[in-house]
Design a protein around this ligand. Structure first.
Ligand code: FES
Length: 106
């Protein structure tokens, strides 16, 4: 499965995802500019991405807990998600996300 990621510099990357991995892990392990400080425990919001509008229904809405965490960042939008909460599967093959400024390493 493939994930299309636009980084904070506007560069597009086509990453190969693995079934069962979190989207955050794929983006991090490919070396893109994502801090993902808590490693997927949903306690940092530094894996913040904007989900492409055409993929919002497929990915689904964030949980209340995730929404609370997203409220702690200044650049939240209606299509914001924490990508450690999105699991790779065939259903999201071709997913398009953009890394939020608040996900940057520094
Ligand atoms: S990596 Fe910390 S909330 Fe996703």
């Amino acid at each position: 499965m493939i994930i299309h990621v636009t980084d904070q510099a506007g560069e597009n990357h086509e990453l190969e995802g693995l079934e069962g991995w979190r989207v955050m892990e794929v983006i991090r392990d490919w070396g893109l500019n994502i801090k993902a400080e808590c490693g997927g425990a949903m306690s940092c919001a530094t894996c913040h991405v904007y989900v492409d509008k055409e993929w919002l229904d497929v990915v689904g809405a964030p949980s209340d807990e995730e929404e609370d965490m997203l409220d702690s960042v200044g650049d939240v939008r209606s299509n914001s998600r924490l990508c450690c909460q999105i699991l790779c599967s065939d259903a999201i093959d071709g997913l398009k996300v953009t890394l939020a400024p608040s996900a940057a390493k520094d």
